[in-house]
Design a protein around this ligand. Structure first.
Ligand code: GLN
Length: 483
């Protein structure tokens, strides 16, 4: 069974193995399984072995940092100095970033080893990883099925033991949904908790980076490395970062958990509802105080998100023009031709759809009807949560309405694809932290439960998830072909 980050740290500290040894093991597993799973776009073998050697030296000197020697992977949306950063797009296929994203820099400083860059939906737009220029990612639990998206490569890599942990980003569900579909643990922090510097922007007011790992305890370590103020990101928060691992052992006795009735209504597969009920019973047995709450504007979150996310994307993606970096068309006749053909050739279908809709929503005459209206609804969605948090400490529900679906099943129906994020998207609109953790299986495919906390209360999410993982072993299951 693949090791957790916690086990790797212990093994390294005790001298049971070296970082170089386990890094070689992971690279061998990637060589063996990536042809089936396609979760890596780039494997940085030489860099990984070099970082592992440095980590071993640091360990030998007794100067280990939080993650020294731990092999991880980064979503190919985080800029990595000297390493291709494609964002899953043809337009950035030849882009080698000239600097590290803050998240990447922090992992490097703490001594983590980077195995490579993971596959993703182009510009993080999607829920199935089928929108990548580099092809689909297969779900390790059933390779005919999607891993979720947009951070599908990161989730699949952790589930199959091709990396001990991985980074992702979540604009509307892209950490939590693939975590649920691949049976791993993932956390989307509060907006502003993790720096967005060097994270290629999709919807700037929604995007947030976070980790995937095999347990909540591992996520606590990773978030510790990632979180904190960064002067290079103007939306980064100055709120203190607590010691996430320190509070994990606190029980959940008396913790007030709300179940939004809108999350358990029509649209949720009844078999998933059964799995979630069992998880709720476990938490009740641990002493949590469970009650029903209401988030009345839940139904507005998808249309609100798709106006805001597409508007912001259309603006963010205007920088890819074939002039400064990325793909440039051959033999342009003039500047307009250069723009049109470079973008036309470089972007995929879903990205183009969103740029068109977003540009339309922002255009003069439509702005008030769409963008402004969406911002008003966004406030109402945020207010729902604030009201709920007057009476509960945490909110619990499904992460997704169904388990992983077959590759190709929804590619012709963007609206059905958009509905995958019905339970995750409202948190991004509100800026709240959320987490998905494994809670069982339906048809041999993992089911995730989602925990939602108030602003900057990630410690409580991690603690509650950890307590649940002390009495359950869903998170420890590994797909047979990769065990
Ligand atoms: N699935 C959603 C979308 O396609 C969310 C993606 C994300 O969180 N990056 O926009």
């Amino acid at each position: 069974m693949p090791m957790t980050v916690t086990e790797i740290r212990q093994g390294l500290a005790a001298g049971e193995f070296s970082s170089s040894e386990i890094t070689r093991d992971y690279l061998a597993r990637i060589a063996q399984h990536n042809p089936t799973l396609n979760c890596f776009i780039s494997v940085t073998e030489a860099l990984a072995l070099d970082q592992a050697r440095q980590a071993d030296a640091r360990l030998a000197q007794g100067k280990a940092g939080l993650l020294t020697g731990v092999p991880i992977a980064h979503k190919d949306l985080f800029c990595t100095d000297g390493v291709r950063t494609s964002c899953g797009s043809r337009i950035l296929d030849n882009f080698v970033a000239p600097y590290d994203a803050t998240v990447v820099e922090r992992f490097r400083q703490t001594g983590a080893v980077m195995l490579g860059k993971t596959n993703m939906d182009e510009f993080a737009m999607g829920s199935s990883n089928e929108n990548s220029h580099y092809g689909n990612v297969a779900n390790p639990w059933k390779t005919t099925h999607v891993p979720g998206g947009s951070s599908g490569g990161s989730a699949a890599a952790v589930a199959a033991g091709l990396a001990a942990a991985a980074t992702g980003t979540d604009t509307g569900g892209s950490i939590r949904q693939p975590a649920a579909l691949c049976g791993v643990t993932g956390i989307k922090p509060t907006y502003g908790r993790v720096s967005r510097y060097g994270m290629i922007a999709f919807g700037s007011s929604l995007d947030q980076g976070g980790p995937f790992a095999r347990s909540a305890a591992d996520c606590a370590l990773l978030l510790q490395a990632m979180a904190g103020f960064d002067g290079r990101d103007s939306t980064s928060s100055e709120t203190d970062v607590p010691d996430y691992s320190a509070s994990l052992e606190q029980g959940v006795e008396g913790l007030r958990i709300g179940l939004p009735k809108e999350y358990f209504a029509e649209g949720l597969d009844s078999r998933l509802a059964g799995v979630i009920d069992t998880a709720i019973d476990e938490l009740r047995k641990l002493g949590a105080d469970i009650s029903e709450i209401s988030l009345p504007n839940t139904g507005l979150s998808i249309p609100t998100y798709y106006v805001i996310a597409m508007a912001e994307a259309s603006s963010n993606l205007s920088r890819f023009d074939g002039v400064r970096f990325g793909h440039r068309c051959a033999n342009p006749v003039d500047l307009e031709d250069l723009y049109k053909r470079s973008r036309g050739e470089g972007f995929g279908e879903e990205v183009k759809r969103r740029i068109l809709i977003g540009t339309y929503a922002l255009s003069a005459g439509y702005y008030d009807a769409y963008y402004l209206k969406a911002q008003q609804l966004r406030r109402m969605i945020k207010d729902d949560f604030q009201k709920a948090f007057d009476s509960v400490d945490l909110i619990l529900g499904p992460t997704t309405p169904e388990v992983a679906f077959a590759i190709g099943a929804k590619t012709d129906d963007p609206v059905s694809m958009y509905l995958q994020d019905i339970y995750t998207i409202s948190l991004n609109l509100a800026g709240l932290p959320g987490m998905s953790l494994p809670a069982g299986f339906v048809d041999g495919l993992p089911v995730g439960i989602q925990l939602i906390a108030n602003y900057f209360d990630e410690a409580r999410l991690l603690q509650t998830a950890h307590q649940y993982q002390q009495v359950s072993d869903w998170h420890l299951q590994t797909p047979e072909a990769f065990s």
